[in-house]
Design a binder for this molecule. Structure first.
Ligand SMILES: *Cc1c(COP(=O)(O)O)cnc(C)c1O
Length: 431
């Protein structure tokens, strides 16, 4: 059986398959640039592991307090060296990205301080951390205030507004790299660097933290190379490489990371405790694979942007613009578009491929949401996954793919479902 026949047997029609191949023909140059970034980042990770003399003993499990956990200490040094920071906290006890960000914020802010977001509204879950939405234990409850400066209509920084917003209480600035589920564009590391330089120019002691979720290894530099005091992210996204089953990281200056460690465990204990429970092989190996995994996810995002843009849908980022995270949004303008797309992604999954996702009223959302995820790790969004709220403009957000080939199959299957449910006419594929 040929590869094409394998696709046909898996339910992809000849027209959809061939449409995909024509799109791919035009992406060779793009893909080779992505491979070059992955190659560079692979060397970065590899060299950090060699420098720290990673060895089999570092994979051993520890229990109880976890004192003298060499594997944990070396892993943190590998992260620090790879991202060029003084220190790193990389722990399974950090339960998710939101937790990592909450630790970084609450560890470095004190009552009376002000937090500033100069890039508009932060990721949804941070609203409760900060207290934008009332919540038990929020920064607001500890008398830490919040200020926000939105991006200008063209997505550039409102430097004047930022300057005016900074006052003597401004202690920490939070910069979200990825657009998340907002409509603004994702920031490049270079743009983040310019913003940090501007802020440090006003007052050099303001702590600059970057929410790096979905951004790791997309470029050859990270925000920590451009002056960020802390970069923060989730291990069930890019840096876990699909293997880490839980966890988060905070990399940055020793002062900032120390405070995070004392907040995460307890004052006086800090980084010295935290048994690894045998999870370290997945952390090491996942980090080792992460540059390649991210490159596959990026190829999938670009493939989808090109497929759907050429079929007349609005896609963010568009088919040609440079990438700074792995998220792709496609606006379908109809519920059927969102539903068909998600059902295709689900049908292409290695796990739970036989279930059909339907929109449901999820707690905390103001409209039904449909989600597709057939993942090895629950909720992992470095694995191929998609979701969309059933409300205008009927946009679907999708990301991930542990291998490019799986991402390709998922996107072809999404297109197949949209042909089958009549959102896309077969004739549109033979332009
Ligand atoms: C995913 C994400 C978070 C939160 O991470 P969780 O692991 O879902 O808690 C925060 N910020 C951004 C930009 C994200 O993409």
């Amino acid at each position: 059986m040929t590869t094409k026949e394998m696709y046909l047997e898996a339910g992809i029609s000849k027209e959809v398959y061939e449409y995909g191949e024509t799109i791919l023909e035009q992406l060779k140059e793009r893909f080779s640039q992505i491979d070059a970034v992955a190659e560079y980042n692979q060397m970065k990770v590899l060299r950090a592991m060699q420098k720290n003399r990673v060895c089999a003993e570092h994979f051993a499990a520890t229990t109880g307090y976890g004192y003298n956990d060499a594997g944990r200490e070396v892993l943190e040094q590998v992260y620090a060296d790879c991202f060029h920071t003084e220190a790193a906290l990389v722990r399974p006890q950090i339960t998710c990205g939101t937790h990592a960000l909450a630790v970084a914020l609450s560890a470095n802010l004190r009552p009376g301080d002000e937090l500033l977001s100069p890039v508009g509204k932060p990721y949804d879950t941070l609203e409760e951390v900060i207290g934008i939405r009332e919540s038990i234990g929020s920064l607001k409850e500890f008398n830490i205030t919040y200020a926000q400066v939105d991006l200008l209509p063209d997505s550039s920084f409102d430097y004047e507004g930022i300057k005016n917003a900074i006052n003597e209480r401004t202690k920490l600035v939070t910069i979200q790299r990825s657009k998340g589920y907002a409509t603004r564009k994702t920031l490049s590391v270079k743009e983040i660097g310019e913003l940090i330089a501007f802020i440090k120019g006003i007052r050099s002691d303001i702590i600059c933290m970057v929410d790096n979720c979905y951004g790791e290894f997309v470029e050859v530099i990270e925000p920590s190379d451009m002056g960020a005091d802390m970069i923060v992210g989730s291990l069930i996204k890019n840096p876990g490489g699909g293997l880490a089953p839980i966890g988060g990281y905070i990399c940055g200056t020793k002062e900032c990371v120390d405070r995070c460690a004392y907040r995460l465990s307890a004052p006086g204990l800090g980084q010295e405790v935290g048994a690894n429970l045998g999870i370290l092989p997945a952390f090491y190996q996942g980090f080792f694979l992460a540059p390649t995994v991210v490159s596959g996810a990026l190829k999938g995002a670009i493939f989808a942007a090109n497929i759907y843009e050429k079929l007349g849908f609005f896609v963010v980022p568009n088919s040609t613009e440079s990438r700074h995270d792995i998220i792709q949004a496609v606006e379908f303008k109809t519920p059927e578009g969102v539903i068909g797309f998600c059902q295709g992604i689900q049908a292409a999954a290695p796990v739970d491929s036989y279930v059909t996702p339907e929109p449901w009223n999820m707690p905390g959302y103001d409209s039904p949401v449909i989600m597709a995820a057939g993942a090895f790790i629950q909720g992992s969004s470095i694995e191929l996954s998609a979701d969309g709220p059933i409300k205008p403009p009927y946009a679907v957000y999708f990301q991930g793919g542990l291998t490019w080939y799986h991402a390709k199959f998922g996107i072809l299957m999404s297109l197949q479902k949209l042909v089958e449910n009549g959102v896309i006419a077969l004739e549109q594929l033979s332009n």
